[in-house]
Design a protein around this ligand. Structure first.
Ligand SMILES: [Zn+2]
Ligand SMILES: [Zn+2]
Length: 445
């Protein structure tokens, strides 16, 4: 698309070139001479200067244009808004600025009937996705449409943002969407193969990480598309062997995030992070036997087999979990203040098969005192030194980033991952330096 823009721009008095390359001085000089040029659009695609600034991440120019009270919701030839283009190209500063200027998140393009949320999910820009979701929460859309409805908004062929993220192998976006109430078992209309669920599309795309996320959120391996295929058959057909193994209905069920439990849905960020990591790690342990094709044995929470020796000195300073005697206590049960490790907490709360009725009716109790669990929090362990605590307190955003990168740090033992908040912080650094290389309009299905 950059090609198309620059081509058109050369014919437009240098105006579009100046916008594309962020030359504020030239732009101001041009507008000084003729302020009506502000409303100029490119010849073919009818891109406004705002579109070009947004697509190219020219935040200074974008801010200047918005300050001149240019409508943030201008439409190009394909009825795309500047916000859609910024979300498509992952220009987070521009996305934030446009949202701040009141850009409408509920606009649909004329190509596929997609919103800015679809764009962010399709191209895998999780930061843009988050920004749009948090803006939607406080915008009139939430009131008029309902936030849950917005998260599950469908494009012209019935695809929700979750369908697109699953199909395009975007596990980070899959996670964020599920966390924000995306329906894990929604079927598409005409997108992909009719009746496909996000799990069918992840199977088609061949992303193990997406499949892990969806299964951990209770996606049903037995749900069929319109032609009667289960996701396993889709993965098998497209020769994604490892995906097919996980999706095979006869392989062991993964642990499922116990979302119906009140104290799980009200977890604070850090406790949630620890438990989610423990869940994914426990499921990866199960996967090992599935992928090896060996006989599967029911895992106890005490499954870690590697890495313990390396960290034994660290462990001796901290309090070991009194259930498994292997992991460090990271989770505190409230109100009784009993502590255990994240793995044991999950073993207590998780259900192999999602069963919302029983899960919400019989919440687990503390294994030490049998009192009912009101809340879970991060345990204040003696093992944390000052620096670790500081990291944990100051930047939970850092923690979140490190979680996003967890899928990329394959070899880390579960013990290391959970031993201290500080360790998570150090693991930081953005895992997702990926760039959407495919800028085509048409989905390659
Ligand atoms: Zn334990
Ligand atoms: Zn207790």
């Amino acid at each position: 698309m950059g090609q198309g823009l620059s081509c058109a721009a050369s014919q437009e008095h240098g105006l579009f070139t100046a916008v594309q390359f962020g030359d504020l001085e030239i732009l101001e000089a041009v507008l000084e001479r003729d302020s009506s040029l502000l409303h100029q659009t490119t010849a073919y695609d009818r891109q406004s200067v705002l579109h070009i600034a947004a697509a190219n991440g020219q935040i200074e120019i974008l801010s200047m244009l918005l300050d001149r009270s240019l409508n943030p919701d201008l439409l190009n030839r394909h009825k795309q808004t500047p916000l859609m283009l910024a979300a498509m190209h992952g220009k987070i500063a521009c996305v934030e600025k446009l949202l701040e200027a009141g850009a409408n998140v509920l606009m649909f393009d004329s190509l596929n009937g997609r919103t800015c949320l679809h764009y962010a999910a399709y191209y895998g820009h999780s930061n843009c996705l988050k920004a749009i979701l948090s803006a939607a929460q406080s915008s009139p859309v939430a009131v008029s449409w309902g936030y849950a409805r917005f998260v599950n908004i469908r494009d012209g062929r019935g695809a929700t943002p979750l369908h697109l993220a699953a199909r395009q192998r975007r596990p980070d976006c899959v996670h964020i969407l599920l966390d924000n109430g995306a329906l894990v078992c929604a079927s598409t209309g005409g997108y992909g193969y009719p009746g496909s669920t996000p799990l069918h599309l992840a199977a088609r795309g061949g992303s193990l990480d997406c499949i892990r996320e969806l299964l951990a959120w209770g996606a049903d391996r037995l749900q069929r598309d319109a032609s009667g295929r289960i996701p396993y058959m889709v993965a098998f057909k497209h020769k994604h062997g490892a995906c097919a193994a996980l999706l095979n209905p006869s392989s062991a069920e993964p642990l499922v995030w116990p979302s119906p439990l009140k104290f799980i849905s009200e977890l604070d960020e850090d406790a949630k992070l620890l438990l989610e990591r423990a869940l994914m790690e426990a499921n990866k342990e199960r996967e090992k036997s599935i992928l090896k094709g060996t006989v599967y044995s029911y895992p106890s929470p005490s499954h870690s087999d590697v890495g313990i020796d390396d960290d034994i000195s660290e462990a001796s300073d901290t309090e070991l979990c009194c259930i498994c005697f292997e992991q460090v206590c990271t989770i505190e049960v409230q109100d009784c203040s009993h502590q255990m490790c994240a793995h044991c907490t999950l073993a207590l709360c998780c259900h192999n098969k999602p069963n919302p009725t029983t899960a919400s009716l019989t919440p687990p109790v503390c294994p030490f005192c049998r009192s009912s669990i009101a809340r879970l929090a991060v345990a204040k362990s003696k093992g944390f030194d000052e620096a670790d605590l500081e990291v944990g307190d100051v930047s939970s955003s850092k923690l979140r980033r490190s979680r996003r990168s967890r899928n990329f740090s394959e070899g880390s033992s579960s013990f290391k991952g959970l031993s201290a908040v500080g360790t998570l912080g150090k693991m930081g650094g953005r895992g997702s330096g990926r760039i959407a290389a495919d800028n085509e309009w048409v989905d390659k299905l």
